[in-house]
Design a protein around this ligand. Structure first.
Ligand code: FA5
Length: 347
């Protein structure tokens, strides 16, 4: 009987080494240590054996059963590692090998069009000596309104529908002009910077209005800054981005933080000025409001207005992206739909 058990163990080991998959392994387990398996039938056959035999054979059978179960557990772990390795081998991608990925038509990651245009604009301004600044999405009343010459109860607060926090002192910034205030707080003139970022307004959405959208603020403060300087930088920005002649118009615009203030519109490139849902049938798109910084704003920022002045602008980044890539509805930009973003894939 003891010999029979030794044979059973070596038979099991040979069978185990031939097993490749988990189902095969579970079949083998049932065959040897299952309820009706080979080990159980040896134990059952002991009912007619002597006490002495039952003791020695019983002990050995249990040892063998444990050895089989242990070997099966080890084999499960081995098979699982092999399965993972096989998956990795089949699916691995070196995301740094973009050219190879592109050449083979594989599905590689790319940047969102807003990121692409934002980076391009940042490069344009860096090349002209501007810094890039950032600011928080959650702001206080001072940075979003008061320091920008929009005191409490000023009708201009209603120009931007605000998401307020319960304390009615904090809010989701409604524009990147907050970055002007933070920039003035942290810099001594002369300085020039741009600050891109998300802004939030509780607005009804349509083809050109989102509740969460992007702006890119710009500010330059120094001695004898003029409207001519402002127009130079605006023209430079648009010519670098569109790389072709586009029709623009400058008209007076009211913003409490600039005086004089302007609205710079571009002819709608979606309909070529004929009128469509993006430009609300007027043929022009509001893109780049700007103006000479109001002295009250400079003073709130701690700047000596007897010596310095400046300009500021607040570009509507999503609308620029729409014009650049002929996107006829702003809601595509935040859709998260890969069929949309894959069209702009650049690396
Ligand atoms: C402002 O937000 C001012 N802070 C801009 C500014 C800065 C003026 C510095 C002067 C000096 P306005 O609310 O017009 O202004 O928004 C600026 C631009 O953001 C608009 O021209 C438009 O291109 C874009 N924009 C405004 N509302 C939305 C919206 N709901 N969805 C998408 N883009 C929008």
């Amino acid at each position: 009987m003891l010999e029979k058990l030794d044979d059973l163990m070596s038979e099991f080991q040979t069978a185990l080494s031939a097993v490749i998959t988990k189902p095969e392994l579970f079949d083998l387990k049932a065959e040897y240590v299952g309820k009706k398996g080979k080990v159980s039938s040896i134990l059952k056959s002991l009912k007619d054996a002597t006490n002495e035999e039952r003791k020695t054979v019983g002990a050995k059978t249990n040892t063998i059963k444990e050895a089989i179960l242990k070997a099966i557990d080890e084999k499960v772990a081995l098979i699982e590692i092999e399965e993972i390795n096989a998956k990795l081998e089949k699916n691995w991608q070196d995301i740094t090998l973009n050219d190879i990925i592109k050449e083979n038509g594989l599905n590689a990651a790319g940047y969102h069009p807003v990121t692409l245009v934002q980076r391009e604009i940042e490069d344009i301004f860096i090349s002209m000596g501007f810094e890039i600044l950032d600011g928080p999405h959650i702001e206080d009343e001072f940075h979003n309104f008061e320091a920008l010459n929009i005191p409490k109860n000023h009708p201009a607060r209603d120009m931007q529908d605000t998401f307020w926090f319960k304390d009615m002192e904090h809010l989701l910034r409604t524009h990147t002009s907050t970055i002007q205030v933070r920039g003035m707080e942290s810099h001594k003139p002369p300085f020039k910077f741009v600050g891109p970022g998300k802004v939030f307004r509780c607005e009804t959405m349509d083809a050109s209005h989102e509740m969460v959208f992007h702006q890119l603020e710009g500010m330059m403060v120094g001695e004898n800054i003029s409207t001519a300087n402002l127009i130079f930088f605006m023209k430079k920005l648009l010519s670098e981005i569109f790389k072709s002649d586009i029709n623009v118009r400058l008209r007076p615009g009211f913003f409490p933080f600039v005086e004089p203030g302007f609205e710079l519109d571009i002819e709608c490139l979606i309909c070529k000025g004929k009128g469509c849902s993006v430009c609300k049938q007027v043929g022009w798109v509001e893109l780049l409001p700007c103006g000479m910084t109001h002295p009250k704003v400079l003073e709130a920022g701690g700047i000596d207005t007897t010596k310095y002045n400046g300009f500021a602008f607040g570009l509507g980044l999503d609308r620029l992206v729409m014009m650049r890539y002929m996107i006829d509805d702003i809601r595509h930009i935040h859709s998260g739909d890969l069929r949309f973003s894959e069209q702009f894939k650049e690396y």
